[in-house]
Design a protein. Structure first.
Length: 131
């Protein structure tokens, strides 16, 4: 896996925990312009969210929110951090034999945002880091 300079190297444990979280609780989608992965969980998992942001510093943590009797945080990885840091992990590890539903949602996101992903990977390959 190629990781950006701002992203710490991930251990096998880190990769497995990330994959499990995203398969079980993650949402694969986008905002119409760029792909995004969202993870929303109860505030009692705050330490886990800080673990994610430490490993993916360009990701964003929002909250805590209190709405409809629920208290939760929302972690989002979109754009460059998603393409450069998360996609390589998910592409290597997430398959229909592991979890067909999550693999299908992931593939739909990659298909819907294929042009954006290709542009971002081209920027990475050419050494461009901004915009």
């Amino acid at each position: 896996m190629t990781e950006t300079n701002s992203t710490p190297a991930l251990s096998d444990f880190d990769r497995g925990l990330l994959l499990g979280l995203l398969i079980g609780e993650g949402s694969f989608g986008g905002d119409g312009k760029q792909p995004q992965i969202t993870l929303r969980m109860h505030t009692r998992h705050e330490a886990l969210f800080h673990w994610l942001t430490a490993r993916f510093p360009q990701s964003r943590l929002y909250g805590p929110y209190r709405h409809g009797g629920r208290s939760y945080y929302q972690w989002m990885a979109r754009g460059r951090v998603l393409v450069n840091d998360l996609l390589p992990i998910l592409e290597a590890e997430l398959s229909p034999t592991l979890d067909s539903h999550a693999a299908e949602r992931f593939d739909e996101m990659r298909s819907r945002y294929a042009a954006y992903i290709a542009r971002e990977r081209g920027r990475l390959a050419s050494g461009l880091t901004d915009g």
